[in-house]
Design a protein around this ligand. Structure first.
Ligand code: SF4
Length: 537
């Protein structure tokens, strides 16, 4: 799990002109060697020197007519969008013609419902060095209360993605390395109910291994966060295509169903329906294989024991662990023939003519047998009343999906963009005085020290994530609170400007400010970021 890809000697990262990184913590001076035709981007420690008409190493900043600009528009959320949605709209930048910046249309100025506009961190620019106030510190009113939203793009070194893959197929052993383009970028972590889990990215792979490992980790993380497909392999396991909100593709096969439950749960759920139409039911599962007549459910229904003897380790009556090895066969095991997990039949108990159903936890595999005179199961056509129950198992399976959660540490220098006294922000968040969102999506803040946030990328605007070649991940983050609470935590109140002004002129920064804004309707799943109690309660 802690292994790094061994790729020493590979070419270094494509950073631009070597940057003198000494002296961080004070305003970065322009390099004396830098050509006058270049501008220096100081939005991250790489300090690119960008020629006119070119972009920096991360493609997020450009030199347009000698002015450093943020290339992507700031994403603004509205509860409702007029139809058709406005195209890219320019900020009014002194001395720069919008047309010169490739912007298309003017904006209609509808600000009557200012409390229905939310400035996200997507495209908002970053703050570096850290002492600068965040690019947008927006004042607005919500339900008559004066509010402030501090908006920035954070540069996250400490961050990862937790990926939940709804499948019972074997992907790889717990702790096995996950590779992207041959580099180790994460590992298989503890499985959850009906799902396999991966932990991808993280500071260890971004910065603790070779340069190539860091580059590949950053590339994979950006793609995953931006809801794009990525192909990985797991050492000793499967190859996978994962994409947020889509079904996983395991070894080239698109997964369809998430299991209805473990084998024991499936026996319990459908026991009453099986009673009377089958004499024995085995639900094959890599975790717990269920055997109906031995299970408490069968006993409660007065089903006589069938005399079946199972392989594996008996846990409690009718529940067996380790009936086979993990794999992509029946129920996440490696078996193709379900009879392989039956050790035998107890003489005097098992009877010729006994009707046996074997099914997987998704109903995708199911076979019907009848015992012959020698107590050997013989496959027979499945009766319609049994098939109906198998189909119902399938009907109760949810579609298999990949869920991608971003987990980032915002408890470091990023806080200086919010307040002069960072610990006050941390404390205010813990006291629920501050609503933390990422691109307007609600972020879960972990208890304990720091500001460790977790957010579902599917609830964030598209293309919310970027990278810088340090390497690190760029992700939006917003802190919303009452104006009086912002003042109390030592906020940069002198940089608060009203929403109307923010929409007219853009970020406060002279350099690297975004040139345009883009309207996006808030995701239906998300609460409005400024309306959350106890902020307004
Ligand atoms: S933010 Fe991008 S363009 Fe600016 S210095 Fe860093 S890598 Fe270069």
């Amino acid at each position: 799990m802690t292994e790094h890809t061994k790729t020493d000697g590979l070419p270094g990262m494509d950073v631009p002109t070597a940057a003198d990184t000494a002296g961080f913590g004070k305003a970065p001076p322009r390099s004396e060697k830098m050509s006058v035709a270049k501008v220096e981007c100081n939005a991250c420690p790489v300090l690119c020197q960008i020629s006119e008409g070119r972009t920096g190493a991360c493609d997020r900043y450009a030199n347009r007519a000698g002015v450093l600009v943020r290339v992507d528009p700031v994403v603004l959320l509205r509860r409702e969008l007029q139809s058709p949605a406005p195209a890219l709209v320019p900020f009014a930048r002194e001395g720069v013609e919008p047309a010169a910046e490739g912007l298309e249309a003017d904006w209609n100025g509808d600000l009557l419902h200012a409390d229905e506009v939310f400035v996200t961190g997507v495209g908002s620019s970053t703050t570096y060095p850290d002492y600068k106030p965040a690019p947008f510190i927006v004042g607005s009113k919500a339900q008559g209360v004066d509010m402030v939203t501090v908006v920035t793009e954070g540069i996250f070194s400490y961050c990862s993605f937790k990926v939940k893959i709804d499948t019972d197929r074997f992907l790889g052993a717990e702790q096995a390395n996950v590779r992207y383009k041959g580099e180790v970028v994460g590992h298989v972590t503890t499985a959850e109910y009906g799902s396999q889990m991966l932990s991808l990215g993280g500071v260890h792979h971004l910065t603790g291994g070779s340069k190539k490992e860091g580059r590949m980790t950053a590339e994979l993380m950006q793609l995953l966060g931006n809801k794009k497909p990525v192909e990985c392999t797991i050492d000793g396991g499967s190859s996978l295509v994962i994409q947020a909100g889509k079904a996983p593709i395991v070894n080239g096969v698109e997964e369809q169903r998430m299991r209805v439950g473990c084998g024991s749960a499936a026996v319990g759920i459908f026991a009453r329906q099986f009673a009377g139409v089958a004499d024995e039911v085995v639900v094959v599962d890599d975790h717990i294989t269920g055997v109906l007549t031995q299970h408490q459910a069968g006993r409660c229904l007065d089903m006589p024991e069938s005399g079946i003897k199972m392989l594996g380790r008996k846990s409690t009556p009718g529940r067996y662990f380790q009936v086979a090895n993990p794999g992509d066969g029946w129920g996440g095991t490696d078996i193709a023939d379900p009879l392989a997990i039956i050790e035998g039949w107890e003489e005097g108990v098992a009877k010729p003519g006994l009707r046996l159903l074997m099914t997987s936890t998704t109903g995708e595999h199911a076979q019907w047998y009848v015992l012959d005179e020698a107590l050997k199961p013989v496959e027979r056509p499945m009766p319609p009343e049994v098939k109906r129950i198998v189909d119902r198992i399938g009907e109760n399976c949810e579609p298999s999906l990949c869920t991608v959660l971003f987990l980032g540490g915002a408890g470091g220098s990023l806080r200086a963009g919010v307040t002069e006294n960072p610990v006050l922000l941390t404390r205010a968040i813990k006291r629920a005085l501050v609503n933390v969102t990422c691109g307007g999506a609600p972020a879960y803040v972990w208890p304990g020290g720091g500001i460790t946030v977790m957010v579902d990328v599917m609830r964030m605007p598209d293309n919310s994530f970027g990278t810088v070649p340090t390497p690190a991940i760029v992700a939006p983050i917003e802190f919303s609170m009452r104006l009086e609470d912002y003042a109390a935590l030592g906020g940069h109140v002198e940089h608060v400007f009203p929403l109307q002004e923010a929409l007219a002129r853009g970020a406060w920064q002279d350099d690297g400010a975004p040139t345009a804004r883009q309207w996006v309707r808030i995701d239906d799943a998300n609460p409005w970021p400024l309306g959350q109690p106890p902020m307004l309660g």
